[in-house]
Ligand binder design. Structure first.
Ligand code: HEC
Length: 373
């Protein structure tokens, strides 16, 4: 290097940065990928026996965090040292299949204590995500940790709500217990919101019905729609209610929510206030086209599927509340019945005061197609 003139050196550096480095790095990455693909296919490959393979795997994991073979590799070779990267994936992608898988891999590596440390840590957002990640695991010890958080009133409500959802949300059989707690007034006041969302969206219609009467705040004093449309609300508060009163579980508006029911980003163009009130108060009075609910029973006598149905020549796909999809062969279907009821639960307005309902409808009526600029 000392022998190179300055000019030559600069030229060499330029050439290196334009051609050499990216290309050779790409070539190295391709080589690593090839090695990784190959050893994953070799059943008895002993990674500890080859330094070269170890180095390739190490580089691959570093360059492909969360990628296609990332979790496969870690599971296959029981790479405990990779646990921090897996934790990050489990926390950042809590709603994606890859994040759920990451949580399971973490548990399988014997590193679920990293989730526990995050759950008990100071970062509230991370702790809430850790609780969610734990909900994908069947690990009794984790349940004990979640229960500790639930009982500790010094923890932020966001974290305790996530713990509540993790304990009761994924286990429908535990929901009657939660109902009983709410009834006996054993649940902290600031967790009622989280409990109401969870129970109102239970798969069990009995739990849903009981939850509705339990959490009803409006309802009995609800004015007629003709009176409601005369009231003026606060759309900014309505936007917050859209997120907290379960609407986002089934509808997208702007950037937020899941599209299970119709998207509502331009609903203000389609429905006037009267129709908006009716859509919320009596969802079954006018069910929007293509979003009818169906009950599909299968010949194998597994529990019937409830949801929105799309069909191809051979298959039938049921999208269930929450967005999960199940595709079956048409030949496996025993019966197919259209429901008279909307898949949108009736009585959601009872979770709100009349003022809140007015705010929500005012917000929805502002959702219009953006004028072309
Ligand atoms: C469990 C899922 C679910 C929840 C929760 C839910 N909806 Fe719906 N919603 C639907 C489905 C499915 C439809 C379409 C069938 C129908 O029209 O009843 C619908 C229809 C609507 C419509 C009519 C849309 C149109 O294009 O005609 C409006 C407005 C609406 N919902 C508002 C809300 C609001 C506001 C909330 C929260 C208070 C809410 N929904 C909660 C599932 C849901």
């Amino acid at each position: 290097m000392r022998l190179l003139s300055l000019r030559a050196a600069t030229g060499w550096i330029c050439a290196w940065s334009i051609f050499g480095a990216p290309l050779s790095l790409q070539a190295d990455e391709a080589k690593d990928t090839l090695i990784v693909e190959t050893i994953l296919r070799l059943e008895d490959f002993d990674l500890t026996g080859s330094e070269k393979a170890q180095a390739a795997v190490g580089r691959y994991l570093e360059n492909n965090w969360g990628g296609e073979r990332y979790l496969d590799l870690i599971t296959r070779f029981d790479l405990k040292s990779e646990a921090p990267g897996v934790l990050k994936l489990a926390l950042e992608k809590t709603d994606d299949p890859v994040g759920m898988e990451a949580a399971k891999v973490l548990d399988a590596l014997g590193a679920a204590d990293l989730l526990v440390a995050t759950l008990h840590g100071k970062d509230a957002a991370a702790a809430a995500r850790a609780a969610k990640a734990m909900s994908h695991l069947e690990n009794q010890d984790l349940n004990t940790e979640l229960s500790k958080v639930l009982a500790d009133s010094s923890r932020p409500v966001m974290v305790r709500s996530a713990a509540l959802a993790a304990i009761y949300g994924s286990h429908p059989d535990r929901q009657p217990k939660l109902l009983a707690k709410v009834k006996a007034d054993e649940l902290a006041k600031d967790l009622r919101q989280a409990a109401s969302e969870l129970l109102m969206l239970s798969r069990d219609p009995k739990v849903r019905e009981e939850a509705q009467s339990l959490f009803a705040v409006g309802g009995s004093d609800l004015l007629a729609v003709t009176e409601l449309v005369k009231r003026k609300g606060d759309p900014a508060r309505g936007e917050q209610l859209f997120a907290t009163k379960t609407c986002i579980v089934c509808h997208q508006a702007g950037e937020i929510g899941i599209n299970f029911g119709p998207g509502l980003s331009e609903i203000g163009d389609k429905l006037n206030k009267e129709a908006l009130y009716k859509a919320i108060i009596e969802p079954s009075s006018a069910i929007s086209m293509g979003f009818e609910g169906w009950e599909i029973t299968l010949k194998d006598k597994t529990p019937p599927l409830l949801g929105i149905v799309t069909e191809t020549e051979e298959n039938l796909t049921v999208t269930m509340i929450g967005g999960a999809k199940r595709t079956v062969l048409k030949s496996a279907v025993a019966s197919k019945n259209k429901l008279a009821q909307s898949l949108m639960y009736p009585g959601l307005h009872r979770l709100m005061t009349t003022d809140e309902l007015v705010d929500l409808v005012d917000y929805l009526s502002t959702l219009k197609k953006k004028p072309k600029s």
